[in-house]
Design a protein around this ligand. Sequence first.
Ligand code: ADP
Ligand code: MG
Ligand code: MG
Length: 874
Amino acid sequence: MSSKYVYLFSEGNGKMKALLGGKGANLAEMTSLGLPVPQGFTVTTEACTKYYDDGEVISDGIQSEIMEYIDKLEEIAGKKFGDEENPLLVSVRSGARASMPGMMDTILNLGLNERVVEVIAARSGNPRWAYDCYRRFIQMYSDVVMEVGKKFFEELIDKMKEEKKVSADTELTADDLKELAHQFRDEYKLKIGADFPEDPKEQLMGAIQAVFRSWNNPRAISYRRMNDIPGDWGTAVNVQEMVFGNLGDTSGIGVAFTRNPATGEKKLFGEFLMNAQGEDVVAGIRTPQPIAQLRDVMPGAYDEFVDICEKLEGHYHDMQDMEFTIEDTKLFMLQTRNGKRTAAAALKIACDLVDEGAISDKEAVLMIDARSLDALLHPQFDPDALAAATPIGTGLAASPGAGTGHIVFTAEDAKKRADAGEKVILVRLETSPEDIEGMAAAQGILTVRGGMTSHAAVVARGMGACCVAGCGSIKMDEENKRFELGGKIYKEGDWLSLDGTTGNIYGEAIRTMEAEIGGEFGRIMGWADKYRRLKVRTNADTPKDAAAARAFGAEGIGLTRTEHMFFEADRIPAIRDMICSETVEQREKALAILEPMQQSDFEGIYIAMEGTPVTIRFLDPPLHEFLPTDEHDIEALANTQGKTVAQIKALIASLHEFNPMMGHRGCRLAVTYPEIAAMQTRAVIKAAINVKKAHPEWDLVPEIMIPLVGEVKEFIYVKNVVVKVADELIKQTGSDLKYMVGTMLEIPRACLTADEIAQEAEFFSFGTNDLTQMTYGFSRDDAGKFLEEYYAKKILESDPFARLDQIGVGKLVEMAVKLGQGTRPNIKLGICGEHGGDPSSVEFCNRVGLHYVSCSPYRVPIARLSAAQAALKS
Ligand code: ADP
Ligand code: MG
Ligand code: MG
C-alpha cells in the first residue's frame, strides 16, 4: 500500500481506475488530453478503505495531505478557499472503480458561507446566482452530510414558489433565494441542533467523510449485489473547482452520449438545460432540450463539444457518456465514461466499432456485459397482438423491450407482488435511487416526468428493463394509487403494457413471443464461439425446451430431469399407481405404463438435440411430491386404487419426512426400488436405438446420470442395474449403441471421495444447487427468508445459489476435479446447477478445467459469451 492518498488530476491517468475511481481516472485522462476540465484532486479508494479500517475516521495524516492539495489547487485556480477577496468553491464528488450512477452522493458549491456568498454576490454583480448556489449548497450538504432529508427543503422551495406565484425555480429572484437560503439554515439548525458550519475546511472534511460513508448506504449495497461489485473496493472522492451553468442565459449544463444508448445509432444523443446546475437535467425538474438544439443556442460551445466527443471516442474506442457545463459561453468537461447502454445498442456499437476498424473482434466480445443479453432473450410483443391494440398514451421510448403486468405505484409493492410471482409494471411520477429494487422486480417502468437521461431511463437501460419515461399526460394520484390517462382511470392491479421501443402505453395485457438470435447478436455469438474453450449445454426436460436451447446455440443437454415428465396429467396416475404398489410385481406393472411415455419423451429430446450429447438424470425427488395433498384428490386416488381414504392417508404419512431434501430421494430411490432404474434405463436405451436407426449419421451416446451419490457403493449398485438392462437390450437388438454412466456430484462426500467414484463413473456433473445447499447447510427453499439480513449485515455479498461460492463450494469442485482426473484422466466434467449461466461462475468453471457448463435455455447465449470472455481474459 502506498503512502500517497491524494493525486492532482494532472498526476493521474485513465488506467488508474482502481486507485482513483472511474470518475477520477477519467478526469485525469481528459486533463492529460488537454481538454477543458476544471482542475482538482482525487482522494484515493485506499483512503476510503483506510477510513473504514480506522473505525470510520479520516486519519490526521490524510487530513493534512488533503489540506496540502487544497493549497496546490488554490495555486492552480488563483483563488483561495474561504477567502473574502477571491473565494475558491469546489464540488466533492464520489467515484468508485465501477460506475454506480446515482448510487453515491455529490456536493456542489462547497466553500460558501454567510460572508463568502456576499463577496461573490457583489463581485459578480449577479446576486441571484450567488444565492442560488448558496441555497443549493446548504440543501445538498444537509442532505448528504447530515442526512436531514431532501424533502424538508423541497417543501420550503414549493412554499416559496407558491408565495411568489411562480412555477419554475428560475423565476425566483435573488431576494427570494437569499430568503430561502436562510430558511434552509434555520431548518438545518432545527434538525441538527447546531449552526450550519461556516468554516470551509470543516465543510470539506465533513463532505469527504460523507462520500466515504455513502459507499455503504443501502442503495449502494443493493446496487453492488446486483452488479457483482465487491464491497471492499471503496470509493474515491474528487474535489474539483466549480464551474457554473447557472450564471444566466449564456450558461447551462448538459449530458450526452456519443452514440444512441438505446439503439446504438451513431449520432450524438443527449440533452441540455440553460441556466441550471448539477443534477437539474436528470432530476426532471424542468424539461431539457435535445442536444442538437444547442447548435442554435450556443454554436461555439456546440462545435467545440462535437470535436471533443470525436476525440474522446477515438481515444477510448468506445461510446462515451459525458457531462458538461457551459459557464458564460465557455465549455467545460466534467465527466466522461464508457456509456451504459441497452443490450441491443451494445451489440450494434460493438459491431460498428469493429467495422470502423476501431476495435478487434476479441475486444468486441470483451466489451459486452454478458448478463445484459438477458433482455434480448426475453419475449417481445407478438406483432399481430400489438397491431390490434390501441395505445392509451405515449411517453419517451427510454429503454426498449416489451413489458406487460399489473400496475403498482411503489417500489415496495413492486417487489412484494413480484416476489409472489406476479408480473408488475411500476408507475411513478419519477424514480429515485431508492426505487432500484422495485424497478428490478418490475416488467416495465412508466414515469410521468423526466427525459431520456432521467434516473428511470438510465437505470432501466442498465438493467435491460423496458421503460417509458416522461408521459406528461398522465394525471397521477399516487396517494390513492390510481392515475388517469386517455380519459380513463387505472388503478393498482389493472393490466398495463409498455413498449419501450416506441414509447406506447396500452391499457391491457398484450401477448408476447420468443426472441431469436440474428444480425449483430449472431455476429457477436460467432466471435464468442471462436474464442471460447468451454462447451455450452442446456438444462432441458422437454423437446420444446431442447429445441429452444438448440436455437440459442446449446451444444448438448447437461441435465434432463426425468421426473418433470411425470407430473403431466396423463402420467401422474401411473406414477401414483407405482407409489401405491405393495409388491414388486404391482410396481413393475405401473412402471410398464410409464416406460413407453418416457421412451417417447427421450426420442423427442434426442431428435431436437440432433445428435449432440444428452445427459439424462434418473428419478431424483422424494416420492411424496407426487402424491395429492388436497382432500378431494386423496379421495379420488383412493377410489382409483380401490383403497380407503384412511389407507391413502396412512401411505402419505408413511412417506412424510422431516427433512425431505436429505431424505429418501436420488439414488436412494433406485437402491430401494431398482425396478425404477431398470425402467428408466430401458426407456433411455430403446429411444436411443430407435433414433440411431433413423439418424445413423448422428453419434448418439446417451449419458445416464445417477443423482445424489455420496458413497461409491451406492453408485456401483445402481450402475449394475443400468448396465445389466442396457447391455441385454443392446445385445437383443443387435445394435452397436454406446452409452455412458456417470454421476451428479452434489454431496460433499462425493467430492471428497471423487477418486473412488471416478473409478466407476465415466463423467461428473457438478450439481451446484444441492452442493451449495449441503455445503452451506442452507435449505434452498428457506434461505431467501434470512439471506436479506445476511446482505444487510455484510455477512454475505451475494446469493450463493445464484453466484457460486468459489471459496467453499468451489474448493470442493476443484478438489473433485483433481481427484477424479487422478483415477480417470479422461473423465468428462461439467456443471448443471443454476450457476452454469452466471458469468462469474462460468469464469470459475473455465479456470478449474471443466469441459462444459449447462444452463437454462435462455441463458445459453450468456454462457457462450461468458465462456469466451473467460478464455480471452485468462
Ligand atoms: P454522479 O456520479 O451522480 O453523476 P457527479 O459527481 O457527476 O455525480 O455530480 C453531480 C452533478 O454535478 C453532475 O451534473 C456534475 O456535472 C455536476 N458537477 C460536479 N462537479 C462540478 C463542478 N466542479 N462544477 C460544476 N458542476 C459540477
Ligand atoms: Mg456524473
Ligand atoms: Mg440435486
